[in-house]
Design a protein around this ligand. Structure first.
Ligand code: NDP
Length: 283
């Protein structure tokens, strides 16, 4: 039997999430990637974005608008439009409807002699704020809080249930897994969620990230009893993604001024950091 770790990554279509999927797939993990629309996941291309380094690897992309929380969690069939990648060959890429995580007695992929187990969740999807608090509509506030915080909580809960199953794989089986690492949840927060960062134009965004950081701190106390790790990452400015382009111009200028002197990062550096945390090498 082959044992293949699976990572679920949100925000996987662009920017930091894309770099994370590229890194994880190069390291041999199978990836379930979430983007907001069928159009955005159709941009995911094997080789450029997504790699196959062993014959047991499978990948899947799903279109889920995570800003529509809790509606997406109540999808009664539990299946979302998606694309299944069985290899990088074009005739092994299939459109269909798939679950994010398998139900009891189901498998991620129905492949003989391969057991796919939930190993990593990276909540990376996020949106920026476009205006001062005073000018933010209820709709905009809900979108930011739902995507940047509430959906992360739901995904952590869904993943934890699967990860408990991983931890219960008996020890003998774990010895067959080369480089087995304990299951891990990584939530992408932001330096703007830190208490000393008070940049006008980022009120709701900063609050959503502060909530995510604190949620993760407390979550780790709950999940460690099952051997599941939970950590958040709070990067400063990450260059070359769409996120900062979508910020309001005043907030963007103030952000750049405030962060002068602090290191900036590339998406690839953040992806490497995620990999180190997963391996438990972040100290
Ligand atoms: P990008 O704007 O480049 O990418 C955003 C990602 O989130 C895309 O994959 C997008 O998918 C997905 N997304 C957006 N809206 C939704 C939605 N409604 N439902 C599902 N998915 C959605 O952002 P970055 O890569 O820059 O940022 C990634 C994370 O890192 C965010 O959480 C951000 O807050 C955090 N961060 C970013 C920093 C930066 O300087 N860039 C600094 C610190 C933290 P789609 O293509 O379908 O829209």
């Amino acid at each position: 039997m082959n044992y293949v770790p699976v990572a679920v990554v949100t925000g996987a279509t662009r920017g930091i999430g894309k770099a994370i999927v590229s890194k994880l797939s190069q390291e041999g993990l199978s990836c379930v990637m979430i983007g907001s629309t069928e159009q955005s996941i159709s941009e995911i291309k094997p080789q450029e974005h997504l790699h196959f380094v062993n014959p047991f690897q499978r990948h899947r992309a799903l279109a889920i608008d995570l800003s529509k929380w809790p509606q997406w969690t109540a999808n009664c069939r539990g299946k979302f439009a998606g694309i299944n990648f069985e290899s990088d060959s074009i005739d092994k890429i299939h459109k269909g409807h798939y679950r994010i995580l398998p139900k009891v007695n189901e498998l991620f992929w129905d492949t003989p002699r391969t057991h796919y187990y939930m190993s990593l969740l990276v909540n990376c999807a996020g949106i920026a704020q476009h205006s001062l608090s005073l000018r933010s509509s209820s709709d905009q506030i809900a979108r930011i809080m739902n995507l940047n915080f509430a959906s992360c909580v739901s995904l952590c809960n869904m993943a934890t249930k699967q990860m408990v199953k991983t931890v219960r794989l008996d020890l003998e089986k774990k010895h067959c897994i080369p480089k087995y690492v304990s299951p891990c949840i990584i939530n992408m927060s932001s330096i703007l969620g830190e208490p000393q960062m008070t940049i006008p134009g980022t009120t709701v965004y900063s609050a959503s990230k502060a909530a995510l950081t604190q949620y993760t701190r407390v979550l780790t106390q709950e999940t460690m009893t099952w051997g599941i790790r939970a950590e958040s990452l709070s990067p400063g400015l990450v260059t070359g993604t769409d996120m900062t382009n979508e910020m309001g111009s005043t907030a963007k200028e103030q952000l750049v001024d405030t962060l002068i002197g602090l290191p900036t990062h590339t998406p690839e550096e953040i992806a490497n950091k995620v990999w180190q945390i997963y391996l438990g090498e972040n100290n």
